[in-house]
Ligand binder design. Structure first.
Ligand code: FE2
Ligand code: FE2
Length: 481
């Protein structure tokens, strides 16, 4: 029988505030039980990460691409933390790349192969995420809060971000269902049969943590009967009606000292928004580069998320200037060209080549100075962080790309050669009727002037440089990073 009236000195909180004495006297999980569960949570985060990444390139809806980028980043971070924790528990962090349960594998394979966006969202946000949350909450309840405090801490942080995922997913599904009703298209397919297959998988796996067996069922793969194939062709929603348009050379305008700073801010917001193509491209590198240490996926996914943030900074910038960004032709030619013409390593080379070129004075510093010259505090803040992110990306490139070469010089030269191989078919796309390369700039600039209450400047209005003439030197052409 334990001491009935034991209490800390001066009535201070017990046990560093972690738990009551009653809770701390429950033995909870053994190290072995704990590790077994941690490995399964790790597997769930790893699979979710892979699904978000593998599906974002071909997902047409811009907002979902952005959300998938963030959610992939969260999952990569939690997978990293769990790997480290497993390594602290008398267990070399081995076996982390093994599949802990065949039924869980089918569960995540089915979600990864979901044939439509609504089904993908249902699988992720109405099945996988709630199941993972339930498992982590069980761990919190069942483990010893003092002995296993380091795991409890990781789980606490993971639950905060999984809560964000769940909330986002619920709102996204509500919105998509409402749109389906409004547009009078057939109700978003509610694939009852498929969802019960997912439930059966969880039952056979005894849930994500392996502790609550459901009825024995035979699991027959539906969507994953054929193995998943990664779709590397970027897709965009209806607000991107002219994805091959290379009619407005943003860089030539930005670097023209004769043009004023204020409309350059508008052009920089366009350049930021156009960075949607970087997550579309980086997702293909990550998906097509298996077998790296987890640090690679974690760093690359952080960068992918940064690039999604840069795109959203552009979106916010348009809103701040009172300009409708859908009148700007945000092309996908860079991600399309790289994804369909280069290997994963070559794409990484191009990314590194472009990013190390942004470090000198003409790159990110120049953009920040331009925003300051225009006295646009929002653009200056965005460019300031964009610049800081770029320094991080150069480090990621050195760690995971340059390290494969004899010297940094070789790595840059190799990336340069890969970039030169990409054929951007300016003339061909026009001839095939894919685009007119329409100069959208004057209309958008006029909208900007109207919103700002200023008279259009004739020189700015007359800007009509395309990407056609710079075709010979691809290095100067539209380059996202
Ligand atoms: Fe960027
Ligand atoms: Fe970057």
């Amino acid at each position: 029988m334990s001491l009935p009236r034991y209490s800390p000195l001066h009535g201070l909180p017990a046990l560093a505030g972690l738990a009551t004495f009653a809770d701390a006297q429950q033995p909870g999980l053994s190290v072995e039980q704990c590790v077994r569960r941690l490995k399964r949570y790790h597997y769930a985060f790893k699979r979710l990460h892979g699904i978000f990444i593998a599906r974002l390139t071909a997902e047409p809806i811009y907002e979902l691409k952005m959300a998938f980028s963030l959610h992939a980043h969260y999952c990569a971070e939690h997978a990293a933390a769990l790997r480290q924790r497993v390594g602290e528990m008398r267990e070399p962090p081995l076996g982390l790349d093994a599949v802990p349960d065949a039924a869980l594998e089918i569960f995540f394979d089915e979600i990864q192969c979901a044939p439509s966006t609504p089904e993908l969202l249902l699988g992720i946000y109405e099945r996988a995420v709630p199941a993972l949350i339930a498992a982590l909450q069980r761990h919190q309840r069942e483990t010893n809060p003092l002995a296993d405090a380091p795991s409890v801490r990781l789980i606490k942080f993971a639950l905060i971000e999984l809560g964000e995922l769940a909330e986002y997913g619920a709102k996204a599904l509500t919105a998509i269902r409402a749109t389906a009703v409004q547009e009078n298209v057939a109700e978003v397919k509610s694939p009852a049969g498929w969802l019960s297959l997912l439930d059966d998988c969880l039952g056979v796996a005894a849930q994500i943590d392996g502790t609550h067996p459901g009825p024995a069922k035979t699991l027959t793969r539906q969507y994953s009967a054929q193995p998943f194939t990664f779709d590397k062709v970027p897709r965009r929603d209806a607000r991107f009606p002219d994805p091959y348009n290379m009619g407005v050379n943003a860089e030539a305008f930005l670097y023209d000292p004769a043009q004023p700073a204020e409309p350059k801010v508008l052009m920089m917001f366009y350049k930021r928004l156009r960075e949607i193509d970087v997550p579309e491209m980086m997702a293909s590198i990550i998906t097509e580069t298996p077998g790296k240490p987890w640090g690679y996926y974690r760093d690359m996914t952080r960068q992918l998320w940064d690039e999604a943030r840069h795109a959203m900074m552009g979106e916010v910038g348009f809103v701040s200037l009172g300009v409708d960004w859908t009148k700007v032709m945000v092309n996908f030619t860079w991600s399309y060209g790289l994804n369909t013409q280069l290997t994963a390593k070559e794409r990484h080379g191009v990314l590194y080549f472009i990013e190390q070129g942004l470090m000198p004075k003409t790159g990110k510093r120049f953009e920040w100075e331009t925003a300051q010259a225009a006295h646009n505090a929002l653009s200056a803040a965005f460019q300031d962080y964009d610049w800081a992110d770029e320094v991080l990306h150069a480090r990621v490139g050195r760690d995971w790309y340059v390290s494969q070469f004899e010297s940094p010089k070789d790595a840059v030269a190799w990336g340069d050669r890969a970039w030169s191989k990409v054929l951007i078919g300016w003339r061909q796309w026009k001839d095939e009727g894919l685009t007119e390369h329409r100069n959208w700039w004057p209309d958008v600039y006029r909208d900007y002037c109207a919103a700002q209450g200023v008279e259009p400047d004739e020189k700015v209005l007359a800007y009509a440089e395309t990407y056609e003439t710079t075709r010979a030197d691809l290095k100067a052409v539209s380059a996202s990073a």
